[in-house]
Design a protein around this ligand. Sequence first.
Ligand code: GLC
Ligand code: CA
Length: 564
Amino acid sequence: MKQKWWHDKVAYQIYPKSFLDTNGDGIGDLRGIISKLDYIKKLGIDIIWLSPIYKSPFVDQGYDIADYYAIAEEFGTMEEFDELLSEAKKRDMYIIMDLVINHCSDQHEWFQKALADPEGEYADYFYFRKGKNGNPPSNYRSYFGGSCWEPVPGTDKFYFHMFAKEQPDLNWENPKLRQELYRMINWWMEKGVAGFRIDAIINIKKNPDFPDFEPDGKDGMAGCQKMVESVDGVGDLLEDLKKNTFQKYDAFTVAEVFSIKPGELEQFIGEDGHFSTIFDFSAHSLSEGDLGWYDAPDVDFKKWRETVINAQLEIQKHGFEANIIENHDEPRGVSRFLPEYARTPRGAKMLGTISVLFRGIPFIFQGQEIGMQNAVWNDIDEYDDISTKDQYHIAREAGLSNEEALEVCGRMSRDNGRTPVQWNDNENAGFTTGTPWLKVNPNYKEINVESQENDAESVLNYYRGLVAVRKSSEYKEVFTYGSYIPVYENTQTIMAYYRVNADKRILVAANFGQDEIELRLEYPAKNVILSNRESASKERVNIPGQVLKLGSCEVIVLECEHTV
Ligand code: GLC
Ligand code: CA
């Protein structure tokens, strides 16, 4: 395998609006990020992904871009962005931007020009289609609810949007549009970004006939993902994109791809794949409801274990995937993947260890490193997220009471990942001196960076040690390129695997259960690399008779004899 500069890197996602506010307007900003670069560096991070910071009306929190060449005023200026780039560089860190090119904002100049002249050149940057007898051209439901089609005022046409109506989809079949996007991407690369996280990229390929699909909901519509899943040919567009942009710069690209077809992994992340890597969402897809969040199942440990093991096994045949437990679209991992008794510092360390030492590129989401959890939401008005509001209505329409619908949103809302980072136990968790744009999780008194800085056994300090182990000169090779081999995969509450290469065999084993479990080691233990056992220095964990005892929520990283 050809080695790449990003293979051994660890990444961190910043959701700028909620990271740190430095001017009291309640909104996180670039100054805030710059001031915390040392903090991020100390965690062992190499690559920082910034969720969108472009000019935007923020209907979908910046995923609706009004100007691809401008920084949102809320976040700062282009000079500050340049400063961020150079300060990151000084610390040997790379910045990657969020690339949202399936759609733009309805405030973007292209869309405004298209509306002004629906027969003109810019209308063809989008999908403008005639309706059927005054009805939308097809029966698709958008991801955020309602039809995918919105009337173009003063015409008998509709425009297409898979997300909010303020996010019109761009027409990738138009070569002129593609050139405009490539020029923009290269402009950012020339500026010095190291690559991109690429939003909803699989959605760029449409079936230009927009055929109706079998309705799958009470509204008589069919989810628009049906069209995405049924259409072929996205690969040609993705290759064109890569050749004209990323490839020229040896960029690092990580794509958000939800519905990959069987057998397509090689084309996406193989040596000559469309992208460097894509996120592994297999665990997250487990709690997807058929009808909405309200019928989303809770994550079952055994199903989760089987799913992530299979994903790891499949991925390593082709390349690297990016491993996450949470992001800005997901509930907090500790609240989602751990049972109630495990939602503790110990549990957070256990989950983090499993994820960070998987084969692939670890992505840590802001606040994950201190074990942030879902917030408690008392009223639908406390939410900002467009998708949460839609899902609340879906739940109510399905007959759930206000309390029940709130419970569903509390479990699943994207805003759980978006509450401000908890820096200390001052007012508003030290995030802002003003009024935060989204409520602060009331548990900030217990969970915050400052108190964890001063506690050798905090989640934060554990994460620092965890990343350091992964990147240490001794173990970097095996954690980067070593193969992944599941073990004890049917043993009660154990989640365990080996990372193995020519000269090392590492066992990572965790007990997700409440009772202690004994494991007979297959390979004699050499030394304990890491353990989350409180006030046990690693030397003190001993393994008499090669029987490893793991208490509730205990995780161990053990170097074993390479062969028996
Ligand atoms: C991606 C983003 C999400 C956004 C959507 C539309 O899924 O992560 O936040 O709402 O795309 O851009
Ligand atoms: Ca601010």
